[in-house]
Design a protein around this ligand. Structure first.
Ligand SMILES: [Zn+2]
Length: 336
């Protein structure tokens, strides 16, 4: 029976759900062997982790997905597992922030031995007012039974939305919020060409704003005039790669990422054409571009906050000292 399973499916055990779908039957295949072979070395995510962070169409082996074994009261007594309904921390579209969500389903579904259970979980925000609550629905495939095992999202509504820092939207523009989310979903689903294409579009579209923000940082850090001229010239370039090539040597080291100039890295990544790369290479490029944009957004925000703190400190200092020695304060302020 075990040989028939593998003959019908595939020798790879990396995707038990797809194998179960493709097989004519599973019979008395030893699920324990399948789970042991498929289990990753790193700690398994919980069902809560999975529901909160996994995109649809990705199969994940989770722990704490069910309670049991429970014993039925009938004849003969049977053991069964019940799907858990953990409280989740999700983004609420009404409260506009991460809130606790509770499952509104009365009972957890009973998992199916050696079969795939298709089930829905319904959630609502605990923080929303009674009259109108933000709701979330997950459509799931749960493979076989047991507290631990494979689960896959068939879909969710409203659509899966990874948490992305506001700082990133400040850099890539609020207008590109939807496109950035589409890119993240494409990336999480392993769609390399699509993900890389979205990023190229975003940076080309947003190049003037990105360069302006970098220019602002350079000004705050008192860059020499010849560097500021490079930023001004770069803003007139029609292509993002040409623009960042012109300013990459003028970028302040405070914006470097792990000792590397992020603009040089971005330039190298974006200079590769979509048609020259495989889907896998596009995915690597997309991940690298996102990582660099997020790191740049963090650096810009840190420097702006430091700048704001200096201004606040100077303001407080001036207010406190204004009555005592005005001429001395003016001299001190001139030195800052
Ligand atoms: Zn809410």
């Amino acid at each position: 029976m075990l040989k028939l399973f593998f003959d019908n499916c595939d020798s790879s055990l990396r995707s038990p759900l797809s194998k179960l779908r493709n097989c004519a039957f599973v019979g008395d295949f030893d699920l324990r062997l399948l789970k042991r072979a498929a289990a990753p070395a790193k700690p398994l995510p919980t069902l809560k982790d999975f529901l909160e962070t996994s995109p649809p169409d990705v199969e994940v082996i989770v722990k704490n997905r069910a309670s049991g074994p429970h014993q039925s009261r009938g004849y003969p007594p049977l053991n069964f597992f019940t799907l858990n309904k953990p409280e989740l921390d999700l983004h609420c579209g009404i409260c506009d922030g991460t809130r606790a969500f509770r499952c509104t389903d009365e009972y957890g579904a009973t998992l199916k031995k050696e079969q795939v259970l298709f089930d829905e979980l319904n959630y609502e925000c605990k923080n929303c007012k009674e009259a109108k609550k933000f709701k979330k629905r997950f459509s799931l495939a749960i493979v076989c039974e047991g507290q631990e095992g494979p689960v896959q999202k068939i879909g969710e509504y409203p659509a899966y939305s990874p948490v992305i820092s506001k700082k990133v939207y400040d850099l890539v523009g609020q207008d590109h919020r939807v496109m950035f989310l589409k890119e993240r979903r494409a990336e999480l689903r392993g769609l390399g060409i699509g993900a890389f294409a979205y990023y190229r579009h975003i940076v080309e579209d947003q190049k003037a704003v990105i360069i302006e923000q970098l220019e602002e940082v350079a000004k705050r850090l008192r860059a020499p005039d010849e560097y500021l001229l490079l930023f001004a010239k770069a803003k007139t370039q029609t292509e993002f790669t040409r623009a960042i090539n012109e300013i990459k040597d003028a970028l302040p080291s405070a914006l470097f990422v792990i000792g590397h100039n992020p603009l040089k890295l971005l330039h190298d990544l974006l200079s590769d054409g979509l048609h020259e790369l495989s889907d896998e290479e596009c995915l690597e490029h997309a991940r690298a571009v996102r990582t660099l944009l997020v790191a740049l957004a963090d650096r810009i925000s840190e420097i702006s906050q430091d700048d704001a703190k200096v201004k606040e400190a100077v303001g407080a200092f001036l207010t406190r000292k204004q009555k005592s020695a005005p001429s001395k304060i003016i001299a001190t302020f001139a030195l800052l």
